[in-house]
Structures are given as C-alpha cells and as structure tokens.
Design a protein around this ligand. Structure first.
Ligand code: WTA
Length: 640
C-alpha cells in the first residue's frame, strides 16, 4: 500500500525527513491523490502576524475529496464493501454497501441537494443517528462543495440551534427518531424546536428510521425517500480549491460558546488517509471498526474519511456497548471478523466492570490491532484490553489528537512502535510537538513535563474558527507566540515517549467528550432559582472525569430543596444535552473568590477530588470561611 510505513527503522527515517523538509515530505504523500490541478507551492504559513494564523496547504491546487474516495478507488473496489452498518438491534438485518453502491447513493443525494438550490459554500447541518444515510449525506455535501456541520444527535434543541445559527445553515438533515439501546429518541421534535429559533433554515430532510409520528411542515420538511424520488445518479464533482472549507465541527473550549472548528479540503484529505493507514497498519481486505459516533471528530476522520479514502471496509454501529448485553462489541467483532478495533477508554472501563465472560464467549481471533482515543487510558484498562480482548497478541495504539488537529498526532504505529501502557508514545511523521513551561520556555530533552504545543503546521490542522478568526488566534496561538497550544499537559519520558496527562484548561473530558465548565455553568444559571455556580471536573472510575457543580441558590423552601438538584440536571439537559448533566451537585452559600471576584477553581477542584487537606495558598481569598463551610456543610447530591 502506497505511503505505508512498514518498520521502525523506516518510521525513524521518515520522521527525520519530515522535520528536515516538511514540504517535500508531504508533497510526496499528496502525489498519490487525484487532483484536478496540482499546487503552485506546498505550504504557505505563519502563526504570528497580521490575520494569523495563516495556513495554506497545497496552494492553488484543485480537488474533490469524494473523487478520491470513489472515482480513484472504483477500478479496484467497485464491488468491495465500503460500509458495513450494524443496527442498534441485533435482530435487525445489517446493511452492506459496496463502493459502487455507496457512490450511487451519494451522487443521488448530492443531486437532490442541488435541485433545491444548495450549492458550493452553503452550510448544511446534519443531525442524524448512526445510520448509513449519515455517511451518505456528509459525502453528498462534500461532492457538491457544501460545508457539512454535523451535530451529535444527543445535543438538545438549544445546542443544535446555537450551532445552526452560528454557521447560518440553510438546511437540517435529520430523522424521525433514533434508536439507542431500549430507548427511542424523537429527533425531529428536537429539530422542530430548534428550527423555530433558526431563521436561516429553509428546509429539513427527514429520514424515516423509527416510524414514530412527526409533524411535517408543507414546503419546508421533506421525507428523505420523497426527496430523492426520481433523482438521477449522474453527477460531476464540484472542483474545490484545496483550501475551501470541507466541514465545520463544533467543540467546547475554556470560555464562551462552543466554536466551529474549520477544516479545509486538501490538507485534511491527505492527513486523514495517511494517518489512518499508518496508525492502524490497514491492509487490503481488512475489516476495520471504529465505535465512535460520526457526530464527533473521531467518526469524521476514522469512520468515514480516513478509511474510505484508503479503500477500506469500515463498520458503522448504531447501538451502544451494553445493550442487549455487555458482550455487544465482541459479538459484532466476531460477526464481521473485525481486524482493527478502535474505541474509547471509557467504554473499556465500563465493559471491564461487567466481567470477563462477556469477552471470552466470543471468537476474537480476527483482531490484529486495538486502538483507543479521547482520554488518557489508565493502566488497568490498558492491561485488560491488551490481555483479555487482544489475548496479548494485538498491539494497542493509544492515539492522541483533537478536533482541531483533524487527525491522529501522537501514537504508536501498530506492531511497529514498541508500546508502554498508558503512553501515546511518539509523534507521527510531520508532527513536531514541544513541551513548554507556563512562561513558554521550551523544555528540552527527555524526562520533562509541561504544556504540550505543536511548533510547525501539519496538513490536517484547523484553519480558523467559523466566523471569528480572531478567536482562533486568541484560543490557540496567542498564549505562546508561534506555537499551537493544545490545552493538554504531557510528560516526555526518558526515552522520548509522550504520556498525555490531560487538560490544563477549563475543559472537562467526560467519557471522552469535551465539555467546557463555562458552558455548564451558563446552563445551570438558567434555572430561575440559581444565583451563581462553579463547575469543576473530578476523577470518575468509568467516565475518566465527572462533573461537579457548586451552586448558590436563592432562598429555597424545604420542598424546593428536595427537587432542586433534579431540576438543575434537567436544565443542563435542556440547554446542552444529557452528556453535560452534573454528576454531583452541592448547594452552597458562597464560592471561594479572590478579592477581585475571580472564582478559585483550584480549591473547588481539590475539594471535589476529596483532597481538602491540601488546599495550598488560600490567603488571597476574600472570605476564607467559605471554604470551611463548603468542606463541612457538604450536602452533595449524586446522580442516580
Ligand atoms: C483528550 C478527540 C489522552 C485530550 C479525538 C484532547 C486524549 C481531547 C487522547 C480532544 C489520548 C484525546 N490520551 N488524552 N490518547 N486523545 N485526548 O477534540 O485532552 O473530542 O485535548 O478529540 O481529548 O478531544 P476531542
């Protein structure tokens, strides 16, 4: 397979090459893609200066990513399965789509979008469960040059409306409902509530998935099957500039509302394919399965774009790991003889807690590579995954990356890089990590711990934050001049291997999902009885981090006191979604603040961790008594 590294020596050599001559390195890789016109220059960039960051890869090149998935692969793979869809209910029949079949469906849906006037540059919101139509809709957008903005179907109407409005989407593609385990979730009803607040939305397209009753507005809402009825499959791909936007994906940060991370076409394409085949060491004919939801970046890059560009067979799963029972993942691995399996540490910890017999029941001998992503993997989970799931035969790739990086950055190459439990090991070729101290001084050499930054552009990196380029600079490039700030702390060990410690900002990583403390506080504060709140993360056995909310309320009667916590959780669910519900809520009379009014989260974090004996310097507090009161008066409600 072209551009696939096959030995440690080759990795080391490629890494050296990629640092000595990054442009030459990426140029060679990009040669294997299909371009309408090649670049005038490989890279144009600065992280600091007027209108920074400015990052242009493959300058003036012309390309369409779907031609690299379909036309480029068609000769070899027309009848090869591209997508295997496994439904929520194991009793329901799976769907397999070959490259040829998927291509026809993508072109047809692309034509239907064109027919109602969606064109290059328009923003299309997609709010769908994990069904094949999600992949079809996103690729149809890419085909015609429309920008997809996929919103995880667990977000609330308010969160959906915020995202749709920020990107002024014209259309939302959704379904009547979603199946998740035993639950049916009414998605169209959520969309209706959102659309009422979204003046830019002219149309919705509604897939019939669950068959429940929905309201359809004449002229605005179309059933998917009616939308494509009679539409042909002849379609020529829109020719895109390498730097035209491919998609927007919203993610949480330390402050304010989630921002729309923007990825452009050419660089993302090259990076998604290169990282996929190298990290997972994919070989022709392998069956690859990533359990993520396409609503998150992992699904974008490693269910859809990376695998399909490579010509892989990618499994897409609608369900949950624990229904009908805790053996569901392994049953699916057995059913399709999965070779590479990629999931999140939180799922591993949840399954580990259910006992080994769910794993040992199934034949997992097809597995060759196991991957993890989204949060640090603790050693116990790593060992269980390695020893029990992989029977000690399968290398684990602990892949560190972010929505903003577009693809995997620091990781072992499966079977090539010697691994150590809980270490993401080494950077991929083309990636130049650096550790700095809080003042921004580089920490050189091995055995260092600091703030993880990246000092040179890579093709998959974000280009801007949608509609607010200054915010992009402010968030990622202003803290340490000339460096991309990841927001993570990391250790480099004596061998130069990286261990990711976790976020150093006010982002909490809950079950591998990024949640901003400010967002949760804003949601809690919407409750009419709440005056103020402060949210921190605390260690949680399954989720990695849980959400701990300290809340000041107006005078509450005894009966109000009984229901307030549930009401607060419901409020958060309404404004963000169930994933952001606080695990613990403590009603307090005051919050520890400095004289200038800043909440000292460091102290709240310590209390949340149960380490109240070691609070450090509290002398700058306006009222140190508050801390005592929080520690002793602890009435903490734990989510059932
Ligand atoms: C965390 C997910 C430790 C990290 C692809 C990062 C990890 C955030 C790992 C990005 C890993 C991701 N080890 N931590 N292997 N992978 N993270 O944007 O804190 O949803 O900044 O992208 O997840 O989350 P995001």
């Amino acid at each position: 397979m072209v551009n696939k590294i096959t030995s440690l020596a080759e990795y080391l050599q490629k890494y050296q090459e990629s640092v000595a001559d990054p442009e030459g390195f990426w140029e060679k890789i990009a040669e294997s893609h299909y371009w309408h016109k090649k670049w005038d220059k490989v890279l144009d960039w600065y992280f600091e200066g007027e209108n920074a960051p400015n990052v242009n890869w493959f300058v003036n090149a012309k390309v369409n990513i779907t031609e690299n998935i379909f036309e480029r692969n068609m000769f070899m793979r027309k009848d090869q399965v591209a997508l295997i869809w496994e439904p929520n209910d194991p009793e329901e029949k799976e769907i397999k789509l070959t490259y040829g079949e998927l291509f026809e469906k993508v072109k047809q849906f692309a034509n239907a979008l064109l027919k109602i006037g969606i064109k290059k540059g328009d923003r299309v919101a997609i709010y769908l469960p994990m069904v094949p139509e999600l992949t079809i809709a996103m690729l149809a957008c890419a085909r015609i040059g429309a920008i997809h903005s996929i919103v995880f179907a667990g977000f609330s109407a308010t969160a959906l409306a915020d995202r749709v409005n920020d990107a002024t989407c014209n259309i939302i593609i959704t379904s009547d409902g979603a199946h998740r385990g035993t639950k049916t979730i009414p998605l169209k009803a959520v969309v209706d509530e959102a659309v009422a607040k979204c003046p830019s939305v002219d149309y919705t397209v509604v897939l019939n998935r669950t068959g429940e009753a929905v309201d359809m507005v004449e002229g605005r809402d179309f059933w998917w099957h009616d939308f494509i009825k009679g539409v042909g499959t002849e379609n020529k791909a829109e020719v895109m500039d390498a730097e035209d936007i491919l998609f927007i994906l919203y993610t949480s940060g330390s402050t304010g509302k989630p921002k729309g991370v923007v990825h452009s076409t050419g660089g993302y394409m090259v990076y998604a394919e290169y990282t996929f085949k190298n990290v997972f060491q994919y070989s022709d004919g392998d069956i690859y399965w990533c359990t993520a939801d396409i609503g998150w970046v992992t699904g974008h890059s490693y269910i859809v774009y990376g695998p399909l560009l490579t010509g892989a067979t990618s499994v897409m799963f609608e369900g949950v790991p624990t229904w009908p029972d805790a053996g569901r993942f392994w049953q699916v691995v057995d059913k399709y003889k999965v070779n590479q399996f990629y999931t999140a540490p939180t799922a591993i910890r949840a399954l580990l807690a259910q006992g080994n017999e769910w794993v040992t029941k199934y034949d997992l001998s097809s597995l060759k590579v196991l991957g993890t992503v989204g949060e640090p993997i603790n050693e116990e989970a790593w060992r269980w995954y390695h020893d029990l799931v992989g029977k000690g035969r399968c290398p684990i790739v602990d892949t560190w990356w972010q929505t903003e990086t577009g693809g995997i950055m620091i990781t072992p190459l499966a079977g090539i890089t010697p691994t150590k439990p809980s270490l993401a090991t080494l950077p991929l070729p083309g990636i130049q990590p650096i550790l700095v101290d809080p003042e921004g001084n580089e920490l050189k050499g091995n055995s260092q711990e600091g703030i993880l930054c990246i000092k040179y552009p890579w093709p998959g990196m974000l280009r801007t934050t949608y509609g607010d380029h200054k915010r992009c600079y402010q968030t990622y490039f202003s803290t340490y001049r000339g460096l991309y700030l990841t927001g993570d702390g990391a250790k480099r060990d004596e061998e130069g291997y990286y261990r990711i410690i976790g976020r150093i900002d006010d982002v909490i990583n809950v079950s591998g999902h990024r949640i901003g403390t400010a967002e949760v506080e804003d949601a809690i504060n919407q409750h009419p009885k709440v005056n103020e709140s402060a949210v921190v993360g605390y260690p949680h056995d399954i989720k990695g981090s849980g959400i701990y909310a300290y809340v000041i309320c107006e005078d509450l009667s005894d009966t109000e006191m009984e229901t307030i916590e549930e009401e607060i959780r419901d409020t958060v669910s309404k404004f963000i979604g169930p994933i952001a519900k606080p695990d613990k809520i403590q009603i307090v009379n005051g919050l520890p603040k400095t004289r200038s009014g800043k909440i000292m989260r460091r102290i709240l974090r310590k209390i949340g961790e149960g380490d109240a004996t070691n609070l450090g310097d509290t002398s700058t507090l306006l009222d140190p008594g508050v801390v005592e009161e929080i520690i002793s008066g602890a009435k903490v409600s734990v989510k059932r």
